[in-house]
Design a protein around this ligand. Structure first.
Ligand SMILES: [Zn+2]
Length: 114
């Protein structure tokens, strides 16, 4: 088992959130200690860091560690759904209902490990 904790920007300017990636037997679990994340609900910290979004880093010097965790993600089953979600976010006319549904699915996969 291997584990990396990355600090995610807190949009309120408060203390950053801890996003932890746990890699075990080819599966990845992702947790975040923000209010939504603590309930294993969808949060942008998990989704954006798992997608290697460097703008979400509180501390840019962690980008090497983040890339390591991102490689675990892209080798895992959650990768396809996460990529689909990122594509939906940037669509010209986003289907909010479909986005919420997929966010729920990805959050569940990150909670259980996939
Ligand atoms: Zn979060």
């Amino acid at each position: 088992m291997d584990q990396v904790t990355i600090l995610a920007k807190n949009e309120t300017g408060d203390k950053p959130f801890n996003v932890t990636f746990i890699h075990d037997n080819g599966k990845v679990k992702v947790t975040c200690n923000c209010p939504q994340g603590r309930k294993n609900e969808p949060c942008e910290h998990k989704f954006r860091l798992a997608s290697n979004d460097l703008l979400m880093l509180d501390n840019p010097s962690q980008r090497g560690r983040l890339f390591e965790a991102h490689v675990w993600v892209i080798q895992s089953r959650v990768s396809d759904s996460l990529l689909e979600l990122m594509q939906m976010y940037v669509e010209e006319k986003p289907d909010i209902e479909a986005i919420r549904k997929l966010e729920g699915k990805v959050a569940q996969m990150m909670k259980e490990g996939s």
